[in-house]
Design a protein around this ligand. Structure first.
Ligand code: SF4
Ligand code: SF4
Length: 378
């Protein structure tokens, strides 16, 4: 089987193994097959040597969190994320991964009213104890705040699908911080509700491209695009790669994680109080993909005493839908993060990605978005 990937990128790996300590699935299991090097060797065997696509091969691929912690560790510059996405695209097209129920669930994400109604129903079901704990969801609110209203045109504020349905409070905090800075924001127009990140991770690349084109149309012009979900921001920044057009690359260059944007104006923050110790958890798509994790510290430093973890940014196991699709391994990976948080003294954790926040909160931690913490101190 030939995968949708670049042969030159696949050839870049020299099998040195320096990425292994940075791979959460290798750290949790100690298995070479569940490391970046092992997965690349398996991909080469199928792609170049026509090895069969066995259930074991599929499970090696599905067990990858797509955290991309292996990329910054790689001296050869292997774009592992591209390789994994290419493999998943081919496997999904042949229905070897991403079952029908998952495709149906993802089809709801761009239908925002349906997503909001479904989320409310899910919240009610949680209160009736109809949602199994292994689903890994935090308790959702039955009622959510009113939607944001645009205040001007200085920047676009991307509100997303799940982020708006489940964490609208963080949008209100973002609006408060922007207002505090004297920055007005516009909201995406029609079609701007879902970035397609989860579709890309699941190998549903055509759907992701369609959503990306819609998102680009929903925020025309050249104003910066501010995003408060690390996973969505990473996806928007990589539209140039996803769509392969100059327009998509220009669009991606306009995208800023909200912390990157606020950090540019940090001298204008006028906090009225401090909030005490805050443990900073770096979402993989903020640290390894966007490389914007230091901006979180810049933004929080005026209002909190920051506490660092000692695990070198190892993934927490959330991985978008990964914690639902691979709950056992996601739980094993999370145990390492919980141990690191315990060594840091426990207490309030700041996480800039909804998936990580929910995954950690489901283990009993108190987790808040950094912008929520900042907004409360203003
Ligand atoms: S993306 Fe993450 S889980 Fe997958 S091979 Fe790389 S480090 Fe391991
Ligand atoms: S992906 Fe990079 S770090 Fe990992 S084995 Fe290959 S060359 Fe070495």
């Amino acid at each position: 089987m030939k995968f949708h990937l670049d042969d030159n990128e696949l050839a870049t790996c020299v099998s040195c193994g320096l990425c292994l300590p940075h791979c959460p699935t290798f750290r949790a299991t100690g298995e070479e097959a569940l490391s970046p090097r092992g997965r690349i060797a398996a991909i080469r065997a199928v792609h170049h040597d026509d090895a069969p696509v066995t259930p074991e091969f599929v499970s090696f691929m599905e067990s990858c969190v797509q955290c991309r912690g292996c990329e910054p560790a790689c001296p050869s510059g292997v774009h592992y994320g591209n390789l994994q996405e290419g493999v998943r695209e081919t496997l999904a097209q042949r229905h070897r991964i991403t079952p029908r129920w998952q495709r149906a669930a993802f089809a709801v994400l761009p239908r925002h009213r349906l997503l909001l109604a479904g989320s409310s129903a899910l919240a009610v079901a949680q209160r009736m104890h109809l949602v199994p704990r292994r689903a890994g969801l935090t308790t959702l609110a039955v009622r959510r705040p009113q939607p944001l209203r645009a205040t001007g045109t200085d920047v676009w504020l991307f509100t997303g699908c799940v982020m708006d349905a489940w964490m609208r409070d963080t949008h209100r905090s973002t609006a408060k911080v922007l207002d505090h800075l004297g920055v007005t924001f516009a909201l995406p127009g029609k079609g701007g509700g879902c970035c397609g990140a989860l579709h890309t991770h699941a190998g549903l690349t055509d759907a992701a491209r369609h959503l990306a084109a819609n998102v680009m149309s929903s925020m025309p012009g050249d104003a910066p695009i501010v995003v408060n979900s690390a996973g969505c921001g990473a996806a928007l920044k990589e539209y140039g790669h996803l769509l392969g057009t100059p327009d998509a690359a220009v669009f991606g260059a306009r995208v800023l994680d909200v912390h990157e944007f606020v950090a540019q104006h940090v001298d204008r923050l006028r906090p009225t109080r401090r909030v005490g110790p805050v443990i900073v958890q770096d979402p993989c798509h903020l640290r390894h993909v966007q490389k914007a994790h230091m901006a979180v510290r810049t933004v929080l430093a005026p209002v909190a005493d920051l506490v660092e973890l000692d695990d070198d940014g190892l993934c927490c196991g959330a991985g978008g839908a990964y914690s639902v699709m691979e709950p056992a391994l996601a739980g094993q990976i999370r145990e390492r993060k919980l141990a690191s948080i315990a060594r840091a003294g426990g207490g309030l954790v700041a996480s800039a990605n909804p998936g990580c926040a929910m995954h950690l909160a489901a283990a009993g931690l108190t987790v808040r978005h950094p912008i929520d913490i900042l907004a409360e101190a203003l």
